[in-house]
Write a protein that binds this ligand. Structure first.
Ligand code: FAD
Length: 490
């Protein structure tokens, strides 16, 4: 089939009946459910872009194997040009969502592509796993599927490994093997967008301890698999006219969910790893799994750029950007954007080709982006809060604007500097408040901190890996210089 349209994506959602719980009730009609409707349309728009002549050649490609057009997320990059084709997709989709949706389909499509392009890693443990991951890659490529993923265990007792939790199946683990496949039970915390995806893939960050064998697994199944329950967090949209009152939250809310597996069957051909602690702990470092950091970097840059532009427009709208303190904050923000942009370009230009012939962006600049964004993005939000100040809280609602009796007051007292009408200023401030004040905006901050693991441990791992590859020899050279001088003076 190759690339899907938005309508095909929506028809796929309509054809399934996943067990979704939202605010104490079961969702039966996902595409007409208020909280999901607009985000579904935003994702559908991305699929439609694949058919838009303006984008098609930039973000899709003809698959050599099938002759069908597929998303650029499925390219196994061989050179710089391939990396740039993939980047064009990341960028076009991130710009369409202002970087506010982190888990658009390209994220996991590129993740599975990179897993499948490391068959030797899986083969050393079990040739069937290698075959399964490669077939799965082809399946999602040829059907253009949208995946969610759930890596981490629920936050019950982080001081103990999985096998020492209160219940053997608090964390997701294998109950038994059957002729058809594995039966799995337990929970994974946090699968973003799960309710509106086609499939879920399970794998984990490293950290398995001896005794954790049953939890060391990776697989993918349809999101409506029997026994799989999706528990949504509280929705963040509200207001009578959500598009007016919450212009970002109403469009780009990525629902997060806990996944509960009640004895779910995972067919053997969908098992990518099982009962192997060493394999599970090495999945990240020994496969190209980190290729998705390229998507993260591009999307993160677009999001920070958006925040910087919102801050600048706020300052302009109320005539405060002539003040030095406001200018320095905006300057700081723009320099953060330029830092991320430069790191991304460095990662792309300094790509390397691995032993399998796969082009990989340089990891140090990408990991540096990963380290900087959890500080740069919250700072951007703080700057928006500081520049918008009290006005951010004082916007009337869309319903107020509908009241003829109020209109004169609103037009008179809510306008901005000369030339900025009340409606323009209020719309801008509502957008800014969604980004910097509402629960939606706070989630976006939390996302930037945690979307790819705990930044604290990541930075520690970054340092240890950097240390392994760098000898810090300048210090020796400097010390040698001191010795030589001593020798001469003696
Ligand atoms: C908005 C959002 C969306 C997300 N989307 C997804 C998704 O789609 N799929 C997915 O799989 N995950 C997703 N995540 C989850 C993300 O992977 C985790 O939040 C992240 O890995 C951190 O794990 P945790 O939240 O369980 O925190 P914990 O690991 O419980 O950490 C809590 C605190 O304890 C500290 N801590 C815990 N253990 C240690 C240790 N061993 N050493 C030192 N310090 C420690 C941490 O530094 C932190 O301060 C998402 C998270 C957010 C916020």
């Amino acid at each position: 089939m190759g690339i899907r349209t938005g309508e095909q994506y929506i028809n796929g959602l309509k054809s399934r009946r996943p067990e979704i719980w939202l605010s104490g009730r079961k969702v039966t009609d996902i595409v007409n459910e208020e909280v999901f409707r607009q985000p579904i349309l935003e994702i559908a728009k991305l699929y439609d872009m694949q058919h838009d002549p303006e984008y098609q050649d930039k973000i899709t490609t003809i698959c050599e194997e099938t002759g069908e057009r597929v998303s650029n997320a499925f390219i196994v990059p061989k050179n710089y040009e391939d990396l740039m084709r993939r980047r064009a997709l990341f960028e076009a989709w991130a710009e369409s969502t202002f970087g506010l949706m982190g888990r658009t389909p390209d994220f996991l499509n590129v993740t599975v592509t990179s897993m499948a392009s490391s068959p030797d890693f899986f083969e050393q443990y079990n040739p069937e796993w290698a075959e399964n991951i490669q077939n799965y890659y082809k399946y999602i490529r040829d059907n253009d599927l949208f995946l969610t993923h759930a890596l981490i265990n629920p936050q019950n007792d982080r001081s103990k490994p999985s096998h020492q939790q209160k219940d053997m199946f608090t964390h997701l683990g294998v109950v038994e093997e059957t002729s058809e496949g594995l039966i799995v039970r337990g929970t994974k915390m946090l699968a973003t967008l799960a309710p509106i995806t086609d499939e879920v893939i399970i794998y984990s960050f490293p950290g398995f301890k001896p005794g954790d064998e049953r939890y060391a697994l990776s697989f993918a199944i349809p999101i409506d698999s029997p026994g799989l329950r999706i528990l949504c967090r509280e929705p963040m949209q509200n207001g009578k006219r959500p598009l007016f009152d919450h212009p970002l939250a109403s469009r780009f809310e990525e629902m997060d969910a806990v996944l509960v597996f009640n004895d779910v069957l995972v067919p053997w051909n969908r098992v990518f790893m099982y009962n192997n602690i060493e394999a599970a702990n090495q999945l990240y470092s020994k496969t190209g799994l980190s290729q998705n950091t390229h998507q993260n970097g591009v999307r993160g840059l677009v999001k920070l750029r958006f925040a910087a532009q919102v801050a600048a427009r706020l300052a302009d709208a109320i005539g405060v950007d002539g003040y030095l303190n406001v200018q320095t904050q905006l300057g700081e923000l723009i320099q953060s954007v330029e830092t991320i942009r430069a790191l991304l370009r460095t990662a792309e230009i300094e790509f390397s080709v691995n032993e399998r012939g796969e082009a990989i962006p340089a990891s140090v600049p990408l990991e540096t982006i990963r380290g900087i964004l959890p500080r740069a993005y919250p700072r951007a939000i703080e700057i928006i809060q500081t520049i918008g100040a009290g006005g951010l809280l004082m916007s009337p609602t869309g319903s107020d604007f509908d009241q003829v009796d109020l209109r004169e007051d609103l037009d008179k007292y809510y306008g901005g500097r000369s030339g900025v009408s009340a409606l323009e200023r209020v719309r801008l401030f509502k957008l800014a408040w969604d980004l910097c004040g509402e629960a939606f905006g706070q989630r976006l901050v939390q996302y930037e901190r945690y979307y790819s693991g705990d930044p604290v441990r990541k930075l520690g791992m970054f340092y240890m890996s950097y240390k392994q590859k760098h000898s810090f020899s300048m210090v020796d050279e400097a010390l040698d210089g001191v010795l030589q001088e001593k020798t001469v003076s003696l």
